[in-house]
Design a protein around this ligand. Structure first.
Ligand SMILES: Cc1cc2nc3c(=O)[nH]c(=O)nc-3n(C[C@H](O)[C@H](O)[C@H](O)COP(=O)(O)O)c2cc1C
Length: 188
């Protein structure tokens, strides 16, 4: 089983990635971690977008430009490790989503504006931690869940969230220990 762990955690001592790696371990299988900060995937400015469109029109789906998209479409399980930033997630994760959500690799268009998913994954996990309270799940997890269902055909999505890690007086080691115990005990 191929597990793709998409790591959008920027801080060196990230709590989110610690939990996501525990989850990957628990799920079992071959884990490939894509560390977005290291990958330095570029946003879609004018020229790269034009280049990409030319390749797509020519049907050059095996071009290196689409390596991340093919890797994403081939995974059996996807884990997004995404700290809670500004009510949502780090911008590098959005750039990654724009990079992988490629027509004819991640999905294709069918008749009457329909979308036909082409991704193999059966499950997607969204792991996040926050400093305070997550005011609305829909800006992070909810958005990714919608993408998963609509474009990628992944019906089963799970949210694993741990809140209050920067709150005054928070016993961070205890909160983390408890979260890890939950991940280990859960039957996903
Ligand atoms: C740029 C940035 C934005 C953040 N925005 C929020 C926020 O909107 N709400 C919140 O509760 N915590 C916020 N935090 C705190 C983080 O969610 C919290 O520290 C989280 O545990 C970070 O995950 P990490 O340990 O994996 O880096 C923010 C932190 C950073 C660095």
């Amino acid at each position: 089983m191929e597990i793709l762990l998409v790591n959008s955690c920027v801080r060196k001592k990230s709590r989110t990635i610690k939990l996501a790696r525990q989850l990957a371990k628990k799920l079992g299988g071959n884990v490939t971690e894509v560390f977005l900060e290291k990958e330095r995937i570029k946003p879609l400015y004018g020229l790269p977008l034009v280049d990409r469109s030319i390749l797509l029109e020519a049907g050059e789906l095996w071009d290196d430009t689409f390596n991340y998209a093919r890797q994403f479409a081939d995974a059996d399980i996807i884990i997004f490790a995404a700290p809670y930033w500004d009510l949502s997630f780090p911008a590098i994760l959005k750039i990654y989503i724009e990079t992988i959500n490629i027509v004819n690799i991640a999905f294709e268009y069918g008749p009457n504006n329909s979308v036909i998913p082409l991704c193999k994954a059966s499950k997607l996990f969204y792991v996040t931690t926050s400093g305070g309270t997550i005011v609305n799940d829909s800006f992070g997890y909810g958005y990714v869940k919608e993408l998963a269902e609509f474009f990628w055909g992944i019906k089963e999505t799970h949210l694993i969230k741990v809140e209050g890690l920067d709150a005054e007086g928070a016993d961070v080691p205890a909160i983390m220990e408890n979260a890890i115990a939950h991940i280990k005990a859960e039957d996903f």
